[in-house]
Ligand binder design. Structure first.
Ligand code: TYM
Length: 343
């Protein structure tokens, strides 16, 4: 029997942040540790998604490779035979299926996508068709490989839901062509998290930490000098309550730091809260978080530096060949369903 697929991707448009690490890299690595052997693990870089908003195209090719290295530094074992690591644009079926799905997706439903609304606001001078169409390409990424589980942060949940809607609509019209991925509730209980993570900006903790933010102090980059990152934590926005509580409604800045501390040190949120809730020294508390961030980055960057390009390229090429076969088989089913190929 073929194995069920767990799949995720991280764009290479900007340097990944601590939020990407905690929201996507870590859950995927945990999935691999827990399920490799039982499930197929697909980790890919959606390089075509990377320029839905403007990027430096001269750096894109290299930053795609760097992104894969970040996954490996986060603990992804590329020697595992059930794990496939690939670049989206190296498998043309992604683009081809997107066109077919486009013709079964409504402008109205795409216009409701929160990310589109937010990003088109930020880049109002250059709202491209790519930005609008991005969730359909994401649906193709997932459906081509019959993925059941897609560990992503909370900001991508709406895109997962639209993937389910598109797949269900297509199946209702043409028969069981696509595997419909699990709903977000089932996903989060499978991934063993209460909800998708939403790591907050350090300067405005009511917003998510975003790699495309131009405000350097709002985010911790995985490539940040560890000392500089620690300073960003020390200057993070908190509040004037003066006592540490874990409550995102009333103290989002402090709560976000408590969350980061728990996730980086591998202790439960309850353990970390038991140590810090009630403390009246924000300085001491921030220093504990800053130290954890500094230690994490030092260790992470050491692992990153030891990854060889040759091993990485060999794995990418082998995976791209293997995954193209699966993607092409799904594409052919869809092409046949819509009448482009003989049934
Ligand atoms: P991207 O590249 O913007 O983000 C990569 C992953 O990081 C998560 N993330 C966060 N998690 C917690 N807190 C945050 N503040 C935070 N910011 C980002 C994202 O949820 C994501 O899991 N469209 C996707 C890439 C993609 C994809 C796919 C993912 C393309 N095709 C197919 C899964 C399956 C994106 O833009 O992620």
């Amino acid at each position: 029997m073929t194995k069920q697929v767990i799949l995720t991707g991280v764009r290479s448009n900007e340097e990944p942040t601590l939020a990407n690490y905690l929201g996507a890299f870590v859950p995927m690595v945990e999935m691999q540790k827990k399920y490799a052997g039982e499930y197929q693990i697909n980790m890919f870089v959606p390089d075509l998604h990377s320029f839905t908003t403007p990027v430096d195209h001269t750096a894109l090719y290299q930053s795609t490779l760097t992104n894969v290295k970040y996954f490996i530094a986060a603990g992804l074992d590329i020697d595992n035979p059930d794990t496939f690591v690939y670049r989206q644009s190296f498998i043309p079926a992604h683009s081809e299926l997107t066109w077919i799905l486009d013709c079964f997706t409504y402008v109205g439903e795409m216009s409701r996508m929160t990310q589109f609304k937010e990003k088109s606001g930020e880049h109002s001078e250059s709202v491209t068709m790519g930005l609008f169409n991005y969730p359909v390409l994401m649906a193709a990424d997932i459906l081509l490989y019959n993925a059941a589980y897609v560990p992503v942060g909370e900001d991508q949940f709406q895109h997962l839901e639209i993937t389910r809607d598109i797949a269900t609509r297509f199946n209702n019209k043409f028969g069981e062509i696509f595997t419909v991925p699990a709903d977000t509730k089932t996903q989060t209980s499978f991934i063993k998290r209460d909800s998708g993570l939403r790591i907050r900006s350090l300067t405005d903790p009511t917003k998510k930490m975003s790699k495309s933010s131009t405000e350097e102090k709002s985010k911790i980059l995985l490539s940040d000098d560890p000392g500089t990152a620690a300073k960003k934590v020390m200057s993070a926005t908190t509040d004037s309550v003066g006592v540490v509580h874990f409550d995102f409604e009333t103290q989002p800045g402090i709560s976000s730091l408590l969350q980061i501390l728990s996730l980086l040190t591998g202790r439960t949120q309850e353990e970390v809260n038991a140590e810090w809730v009630g403390s009246t020294s924000y300085g001491e508390f921030k220093k504990a978080v800053a130290d954890a961030v500094r230690d994490f980055l030092t260790d992470f960057q050491r692992r990153f530096a030891s990854i060889s390009d040759e091993a990485l390229i060999a794995k990418l090429e082998a995976s791209e060949q293997a995954m193209a076969e699966i993607a092409n088989a799904t594409l052919l089913r869809a092409q046949t369903a819509v009448g482009l190929r003989r049934g």
